[in-house]
Design a protein around this ligand. Structure first.
Ligand code: PLP
Length: 415
């Protein structure tokens, strides 16, 4: 698309008017809004006085039960595509399960490993970009080298992934958000999942960190389905290749939900062996109230439709305003996700940081440019992540109109 030149004087005037408005808006983080949290307020009354027995008679107030409650694991087994027997329900965060997986792999050899990761001279993780900043920061914290892989409309560029994992035994992992990925909304094709499961890796202990954070977070009637990574890994003789993660952070309460880990039987035995030194068991009271509240898979689906009613209009507003204001300008393109929590805005090369700076000065907080890439470095300085769920609809609209003013000014200044 050809770029329509922006008149620098009018862009400056619009920006000055924006600053004069003294806004204070924040579209940085993918948090549920208070009204979304309200959808689960019944949890605050559950399990209720006198109700402390799980379906198998376990007293949830007491120690024990490292795998978590069967009834809750059963509810999420289908959505996470992990047989309930191979799914653990844990604490309130999947990110901590990813963190602990890496820590345990550093400290103790995983199934199939010659040695623990701490004894490896080098560890490399592949990072499809744009991606999730906390994945990158977590790996970086443990000295893991991060290598970018382009994310296509079908998932990571598999030609690149297959070459890198085959030629370098230091490549031990890949971060994947397979459904409605953060921040582009891309869903992996079946062929991508098959290739990830089947590819030859130089490292015997290569792991896919399959973060299915948005498994049930649809924004349209067409609910994305992805191929079953654990089954495909097993079929291809790589049963221990994938760790599957998920949580109810954006289903119920972001700070008081339940995290899940699914994997092969061997990986789970390894995990439980290590984690039993860290805890005597998860918060089963929280798990019981979640099982009572969500009831079954249909209960989760019905509940997620209520989320969609609240956040769908916010995603529509972002798309509508960007289309009205920038649609014919050639200055920007953006994703129109059918699920998840984010929109990814692509601006002219070399302007993303400046746009975020201009927005900040105008009282509009955006995720730092570069956060979508390892080491905070988007080499083309083009990607801005928009998180529209938390603010009220009117604030989202105001924020996006303000963002457009910043995009225009940055483009005019670099023209
Ligand atoms: N994974 C992805 C891809 C996310 O976008 C987020 C939150 O934004 C998380 C994990 C955090 O998950 P949890 O709250 O279960 O730790």
């Amino acid at each position: 698309m050809t770029t329509v030149p922006v008149d620098v004087d009018s862009a400056r005037r619009d920006y000055a008017a924006l600053v004069d408005r003294g806004l204070s808006l924040d579209i940085t983080r993918g948090k549920p809004s208070p009204r979304q949290l309200d959808l689960s307020n019944e949890l605050l009354t559950l399990p209720g006085e006198g109700n402390y027995k799980a379906e198998d008679g376990t007293d949830v107030r007491n120690y024990g039960g490292l795998k978590g409650l069967t009834e809750l694991r059963r509810i999420f087994a289908g959505a996470l595509q992990v047989p309930a027997a191979q799914l653990l329900a844990a604490g309130n965060s999947s990110l901590e399960l990813m963190h602990d997986s890496i820590v345990q792999a550093l400290l103790s050899p995983m199934p199939g490993a010659g040695r623990r990761w701490a004894d490896e001279p080098r560890i490399v993780f592949l990072c499809p970009v744009p991606g999730y900043d906390r994945h990158f920061a977590l790996a970086e914290r443990f000295g893991i080298e991060l290598v970018q892989v382009p994310l296509t409309g079908d998932g990571p560029d598999m030609d690149v992934v297959e070459r890198l994992v085959a030629e370098n035994p230091a490549v031990k992992g890949i971060w994947c958000v397979p459904k409605y990925s953060n921040p582009t909304g891309v869903t992996y094709s079946d062929e991508t999942v098959r290739r990830l499961a089947a590819m030859t890796t130089a490292a015997p202990d290569f792991r896919i960190f399959w973060d299915n954070a948005y498994a049930v977070h649809h924004l349209t009637d067409t609910e994305a389905e992805i191929a079953d990574v654990l089954a495909l890994c097993a079929e291809n003789g790589n049963a221990d290749r994938a760790f599957v993660f998920g949580s109810t952070s954006k289903v119920t309460f972001a700070g008081a939900g339940v995290g899940f880990l699914g994997s092969s039987e061997a990986n789970l035995a390894w995990w439980i062996g290590k984690i039993s030194k860290r805890t005597i068991g998860p918060d089963k009271v929280n798990q019981l109230r979640h099982a009572l509240f969500l009831k079954d898979e249909d209960g989760v689906r019905a509940h997620m439709r209520k989320h969609r009613e609240l956040i769908g209009p916010k995603f529509d507003a972002v798309d509508r305003i960007l289309t009205e204001e920038l649609g014919d300008s050639g200055l920007a393109s953006w994703t129109k996700p059918s699920g998840g929590y984010f929109i990814s805005l692509t601006v002219p090369a070399g302007t993303a940081k400046e746009i975020v700076r201009l927005a900040k000065e105008a009282g509009l907080a955006l995720t730092p440019a570069g956060a979508t890439h390892p080491y905070g470095d988007d080499p083309e300085d083009r990607i801005i992540r928009i998180a529209p769920t938390y603010p009220e609809l009117a604030e989202v609209e105001e924020a996006i109109r303000g963002l457009v003013v910043c995009v225009r000014l940055a483009a005019a200044q670099t023209a």
